[in-house]
Design a protein around this ligand. Structure first.
Ligand code: C2E
Ligand code: MG
Ligand code: MG
Ligand code: MG
Length: 282
């Protein structure tokens, strides 16, 4: 389907790829410096349940650049992935999110909150010591593993299914859960749905954005939701921008909703305020 091809085209012809080697090296150097000097932030995008209540969040990396404003993750994550900087960067994200989870948990703000999700990049996941790293971060921060959802992409899975399953099972043993990000955009979606020990799938924004106009996307989303129900997987719809999209998803049994209709990603302090208000209204 065109959507899959389009996705790859985006990846292949991505602006970051078109930068000169020099510009990429410069960006990587600046990113490394930002990481070392505390110049990166995690923002939290709320996820809501069908009844409308705040139910979770996804942690998203933000790099406020002194000259260029916020640099979009889609521009710097591929560069970090290629250069290996993603390893210390991914670790920083995991540590920061877990420290935050631990603090909010101790403040009583995570009661009734299903999870805080963290994106894991392929290179980070495929490190031999990935499982030990996550366990060490959980132990060091005191974050309850049950509140941590790790978002994997299809890229991760197709590299080595056996190793992927082994790592997922080891971490699920501890209580960590797993989600497949951007579901439906890759090649092998159905194949690994059956094989992987998953808890959740995230319907890619590209399917949600045209729900109102594209009957094919409506059919795909309906199919994903009914399949997920049979496989007992929770579903998060990403990129929900309108009430009509939300209503369609709701009618077909979607469990969680993330997108501008509810909220843009928020700085930690603002997200904490949402958690606090939720508690007060409980
Ligand atoms: P993703 O994991 O699929 O994250 C969802 C993206 O959709 C985010 O873009 C979010 O801001 C955006 N989004 C959410 N709701 C809406 C909406 O209603 N409309 C529109 N137009 N966009 C919406 P963002 O933050 O720019 O991140 C892009 C990608 O960069 C992420 O896609 C993820 O693959 C990657 N990324 C971000 N943070 C991290 C990180 O900490 N680690 C890793 N490995 N990757 C990250
Ligand atoms: Mg994600
Ligand atoms: Mg996603
Ligand atoms: Mg996406």
């Amino acid at each position: 389907r065109a959507k899959a091809a389009g996705r790859n085209a985006i990846r292949f012809y991505h602006p970051a790829m078109q930068r000169s080697v020099d510009a990429r090296l410069e960006l990587e150097k600046e990113l490394r410096r930002a990481l070392e000097r505390g110049g990166l932030e995690l923002h939290y995008q709320p996820q809501h349940c069908a009844a409308g209540r705040l139910a979770g969040a996804e942690a998203l990396l933000r790099w406020p650049h002194p000259q260029h404003g916020f640099v979009p993750p889609n521009e710097f994550i591929p560069i970090a992935e290629e250069s290996g900087l993603i390893l210390p960067l991914g670790r920083w994200v995991l540590e920061t999110a877990c420290r935050q989870i631990s603090r909010w948990y101790r403040e009583g703000l995570l009661a009734g909150i299903d999870h805080i999700a963290v994106n894991i990049s392929p290179r980070q996941f495929h490190q031999p010591e990935f499982v030990a790293e996550v366990e060490a971060v959980l132990a060091a921060t005191g974050a309850p593993p049950q509140k941590l959802m790790l978002e994997l992409t299809e890229g991760i899975v197709i590299e080595d299914v056996t190793d992927t399953i082994a790592k997922m099972e080891a971490l699920r043993e501890v209580g960590v859960r797993f989600s497949i990000d951007d579901f439906g955009t890759g090649y092998s979606s159905l194949l690994y749905l059956k094989r992987l020990p998953l808890d959740e799938i995230k319907i890619d924004r590209s399917f949600v954005s045209d729900l109102e106009t594209d009957p094919n996307d409506r059919a795909i989303v309906e199919t994903i939701l009914s399949m997920a129900r049979h496989l007992d997987l929770a579903v998060v719809a990403e990129g929900v921008e309108t009430e009509t999209q939300r209503d369609f998803l709701k009618r077909h049994g979607c469990r969680f909703y993330q997108g501008w209709f509810y909220s843009k990603p928020l700085p930690a302090a603002e997200f904490r305020e949402r958690l606090r208000r939720r508690r007060l209204s409980a």
